[in-house]
Write a protein that binds this ligand. Structure first.
Ligand SMILES: Nc1nc2c(ncn2[C@@H]2O[C@H](COP(=O)(O)OP(=O)(O)OP(=O)(O)O)[C@@H](O)[C@H]2O)c(=O)[nH]1
Ligand SMILES: [Zn+2]
Length: 353
């Protein structure tokens, strides 16, 4: 049955497929994942579902299981079952502890990651860089959104500072989160069929901006947490918000609580890593060694001291994190040493990082 209405509805929640499945099966989007199962959205309503047995097989790469953002084929029933995961156009992931280092999928099929930071005292270019490093390689496009421009006299200067620092072409917008006219510029990233997520530290203005983007619709949206024990207006949890501009905002606890733990990959700094390979000595500490390519680049202004420091910080955190993971895994194994000692990456680990 060719059901144009169904296709239309799915388009609104970001589906780009062409053909609906037969046999009474349907397509829906994963909007939340719990221990007890999945929450799916079909463009109209939210319903629960269980993964089919083959997703639970031991040894299956966890990245192959349904994840938030996935479009899945569902078999009706009580409960409905997720049969297949449609191919993903983008995958946001991070390294995670498990039996070995592996990628944990955070969200899929996200077109834009809006990285939100206040221009007030919270302004922190290094943190923005870290968020971008998380987005690197996902296929999603990062967009830097600077909120609270009304809280500083320094907007132009801070934007210039960021521009100099971030990869060329990264969009940067200063937007008062309470101003619908200003926020309208983000419609470019929230067009019909686009999916975006909003990330940023607590208080950056995510809820404020979300409500502004939702406009008059925001009170009418479903899935609002019905009771709030604290009795005050807090962020209502709505996993998938369909915006008036036609795009949708995926608002998952997984993204909201996204902590930067040093697990990010450092692709953003690939140029620095490449640079360091030109040092005369293979074990160059990039201090006062002769023939150090990093020192030379710093001297020439090719590499800014800020960026170099941030790179070193991220690299150290990553090493620290790896050491912690390693000892945790060793404890889990009952004290046996790791099969792959820290610092000696096998091909699997390399993929993971
Ligand atoms: N002056 C000004 N205040 C803003 C702006 N955007 C947000 N705020 C204020 O900043 C505070 C925090 O905003 P929220 O939207 O709750 O921040 P959040 O990122 O959702 O925070 P969490 O829910 O903790 O993750 C609120 O008091 C907002 O009114 C802005 O552009 N200008
Ligand atoms: Zn060097």
């Amino acid at each position: 049955m060719i059901d144009t209405q169904t296709i239309e509805r799915l388009r609104h929640i970001g589906w780009r497929g062409q053909v609906l499945p037969g046999d009474g099966r349907r397509i829906a989007r994963v909007v939340a994942q719990h221990r007890a199962g999945y929450e799916l959205h079909d463009g109209e309503q939210v319903f629960g579902a269980q993964p089919a047995g083959h997703f639970l097989k031991r040894g299956l790469d966890p990245a192959e299981r349904p994840a938030v953002g996935d479009f899945v084929e569902v078999e009706p029933g009580k409960p409905p079952h997720i049969l297949t995961v449609q191919s993903r156009r983008t995958v946001l992931s991070r390294a995670a502890a498990g039996e070995r280092y592996e990628r944990q999928v955070i969200a899929t099929n996200i077109d834009y990651v809006l990285v939100l930071t206040g221009l007030d005292g919270d302004f922190n270019p290094a943190r923005i860089e870290r968020y971008l490093s998380l987005v690197e390689g996902s296929g999603a496009q990062p967009v830097v959104v600077l909120s609270k421009p009304d809280r500083t006299d320094d907007v132009e200067h801070r934007i210039a500072e960021l521009k100099a620092r971030l990869p060329e072409g990264t969009p940067i917008h200063a937007i008062n989160g309470k101003d619908p006219v200003g926020a309208a510029i983000l419609a470019a990233y929230l067009k019909p069929g686009d999916s975006a997520v909003l990330v940023g530290s607590s208080g950056a203005g995510k809820s404020t901006l979300t409500n502004t983007l939702l406009g008059s619709q925001h009170m009418a949206t479903g899935d609002v947490r019905s009771h709030d024990s604290r009795g005050r207006h807090t962020t209502t949890y709505r996993a998938l918000l369909q915006l008036p501009s036609g795009g949708c905002l995926i608002d998952t606890p997984g993204m909201r609580e996204l902590k930067l733990t040093g697990e990010e990959n450092l692709d953003l700094f690939a140029d620095i890593e490449a640079l360091a390979e030109n040092c005369r000595f293979a074990d160059c500490g990039h201090g006062s060694e002769p023939g150090c390519a990093v020192q030379e680049a710093l001297h020439d202004g090719e590499l800014t001291p800020d960026r170099w420091r941030n790179y070193l910080k991220l690299r150290d955190e990553r090493e620290e994190q790896a050491t912690m993971l390693e000892s945790r895994l060793r404890r889990q194994r009952g004290g046996r040493p790791a099969t792959k000692p820290h610092g000696q990456r096998g091909s699997r680990e390399k993929e993971g990082w």
